[in-house]
Design a protein around this ligand. Structure first.
Ligand code: SER
Length: 320
């Protein structure tokens, strides 16, 4: 029996994490959503859903109290590129929202998982095999809220004993719900173009390496870390985790192994490129491996095979 609230349950991670948690735990796994992003289909049919706007602390507290929530997955966020366009809203959701969640967690004694990101790193951070404990000096609002979020989460653990835990997710690749406005989104979009036999226009330049991960591994990381023995955790907010690192040429060539006629051209988006240039080429996730046995299952080739077959099935279903 475990009662969990997922804030942002209809987003890229939330859609899949909520269903996975419902398979694992037989308690109330509550899909929190905001009006305009209502759950549908399986997400709606398999468990309770409640309006939970992260900027409304009372609303979070009411749902936590109603369902006797023990763990909150706080997935509300604006991704990096869109956060540069709406920095005020990104702060409101990322920082004020997290503060609301942590305050409710303090009062109701909940554990909290809030994803952090490779976005916490900046131009002065070592780029290759970026260590767990190193300079975090982002120049994006997304990065500022993620660093602030890590610090605030650690503060609530140290000061109030709130069981906060987090990972620094790399770009997440999935076929269920799309990401919204991230720098790494190209690595999702490229598969959609490939499966639709369209020429892909890549907004990130060749030679730009970033860490990436397939969604099943991301779900595993989020759940495994929250289930980890706290006595083993030296770090909390947040662990470097990665599964692979590639540039646009590498993923393009990998897809062409399975769809030889697939073509790509570049039209670099300056905002996304400058964000990508400030992020690591590859992360060192040794601490996650040592402290809670982190181990990804998918490499690029396995991910490509799975993405292409799942997208093919999905797109055939959704085409008129
Ligand atoms: N995928 C995110 C982004 O691109 C990084 O955490 O914004």
């Amino acid at each position: 029996m475990k009662n969990v609230l997922i804030i942002g349950s209809t987003g890229q991670i939330g859609t899949e994490l909520t269903l996975e948690l419902r398979k694992r735990y037989n308690g109330n796994i509550v899909a929190g959503y905001i009006p305009g992003a209502e759950p549908a289909g399986e997400l709606l049919e398999t468990g309770p859903a409640e309006i939970v706007d992260i900027t409304n602390g009372e609303q979070i507290a009411d749902v936590v109290s109603k369902y006797k929530i023990e763990t909150i997955y706080n997935l509300a966020a604006l991704l990096s590129a869109v956060a540069e366009i709406k920095p005020q809203l990104a702060w409101k959701v990322g920082m004020d929202g997290l503060f609301n969640v942590l305050e409710v967690a303090r009062q109701y004694k909940c554990a909290v998982f809030t994803p952090s990101s490779i976005g916490v790193f900046g131009n002065n951070t070592p780029k290759d095999k970026t260590p767990q404990d190193t300079i975090r000096n982002p120049r994006t609002m997304y990065g500022v809220t993620k660093v602030g979020g890590e610090l605030l989460s650690d503060y609530y653990y140290i000061r109030f004993g709130v069981d906060t835990r987090s990972v620094r997710f790399p770009g997440l690749i999935s076929y269920t719900a799309p990401p919204g406005g991230g720098t790494t989104d190209y690595a999702v979009d490229i598969y959609y173009s490939a499966i639709r036999n369209e020429r892909f226009v890549c907004p990130i330049a060749a030679g730009t390496f970033m860490d990436m991960m397939y969604m099943p591994d991301a779900l595993k990381a989020a759940i495994q870390l929250m289930e980890a023995d706290p006595a083993r955790l030296v770090h909390r907010n947040a662990f470097n985790v990665t599964a692979m690192s590639f540039d646009p040429e590498i993923i393009y060539k990998n897809i062409r192994k399975y769809i030889p006629g697939f073509t790509m051209e570049y039209n670099v988006d300056q905002l996304r490129q400058s964000i990508a240039d400030s992020w690591p080429n590859s992360l060192d996730d040794t601490c996650a491996r040592e402290e809670w046995d982190w181990q990804p299952a998918y490499d690029l080739d396995m991910m490509t095979q799975d993405m292409l077959s799942k997208l093919k099935a999905r797109i055939q279903v959704t085409l008129p």
